[in-house]
Design a protein around this ligand. Structure first.
Ligand code: DO4
Ligand code: MG
Length: 285
């Protein structure tokens, strides 16, 4: 089951159930006004099914504007969870290479704050490349949607935009390489009702278009993520509270080659086989 946030023609933000990736059933007349509320329920899928009735308003996807599927959750990210990410980061960095090596092997994962929910770019909205960065890349990642108890209640697609030259210069610059205007996109919706073993069967792919031509594409399997989702969630919730839940990006396993950097007006398309497609143009910020 897919649940989204959308803006209708009157400019109101609503919660909807997505059917066949093409129709949205507006859940707001049932009192369901926040994604967080659906996700807090013991069984979100059963709750939405019980609320749905044939009189609810319906829209086609083209009649509405999808919003980032977050309403109050902090967005965090895990790093160096794929061997590919560890290798690429050890190559980009002169003196912090061993940090990546160590964190990949350690019990405690790398976790970092990524975005407030109101700053997340929606599907179709621009993602940013810093004007003071020389080497910018998208990081296509599966995002875990966690309720306030740290339980994985759904999945969405995330883009952890990164400035690799800034990160590579000094690991202490990581927050600047990772957190800036429009550095995080999520969407197009949240898939509920799938298990971790379902998710581990999915593929994640990215395609980057420049002036109508494909300049990079890559694909990997979600099954390559080294850590179990519940372990990542457990560490995030250690000595920390998320009363509105949280979204946790699970790390990237696709890294463009060294000579590749994003440019203004490129389009980044991330596809996860079990979820859908997140597409964003690129802007200099
Ligand atoms: O250690 C730096 C960030 C790692 C990251 O974002 C990733 O592996 O996806
Ligand atoms: Mg990342």
């Amino acid at each position: 089951m897919k649940i989204c946030r959308f803006e209708n023609a009157e400019g109101d933000i609503k919660i909807g159930l997505v059917e066949n990736d093409s129709t949205i059933i507006d859940l707001s007349p049932t009192g369901m006004d926040r994604l967080g509320r659906v996700l807090e329920s013991e069984d979100p899928q059963a709750q939405v099914t019980a609320l749905c009735h044939p009189q609810l308003p319906r829209w086609t996807l083209s009649e509405v504007c999808l919003q980032a599927p977050v309403d109050g959750q902090e967005v965090w990210a895990a790093g160096v969870t794929y061997l590919r990410s560890k290798k690429a980061r050890m190559e980009e960095s002169d003196f912090s290479a061993t940090a990546y090596d160590r964190v990949y092997a350690a019990e405690r994962p790398e976790l970092f704050f990524k975005s407030l929910s109101e700053k997340v770019a929606a599907p179709g909205e621009a993602v940013g490349i810093r004007r003071d960065a020389r080497w910018s890349v998208p990081e296509p990642e599966l995002a875990l949607v966690l309720n306030s108890h740290g339980r994985v209640t759904g999945y969405t697609i995330g883009n952890d935009m990164s400035s690799r030259d800034i990160e590579g210069e000094n690991l202490l610059y990581l927050p600047q390489a990772k957190i800036y205007r429009h550095s995080c996109a999520l969407g197009p919706w949240i898939l509920v009702g799938a298990s971790e073993s379902d998710a581990r069967e999915w593929t994640i792919a990215v395609a980057i278009e420049r002036a109508g031509a494909r300049v990079f594409q890559g694909e990997t399997s979600i099954g390559q993520i080294k850590r179990r989702f519940e372990d990542l969630a457990r560490f995030l919730f250690r000595s920390q509270d998320f009363p509105r839940g949280a979204v946790l990006l699970t790390g990237t396993g696709i890294v463009p080659p060294e000579g590749f950097t994003l440019k203004e007006n490129d389009v980044v398309e991330i596809r996860i086989s079990g979820i859908g497609v997140l597409r964003n143009p690129v802007a200099v910020v």
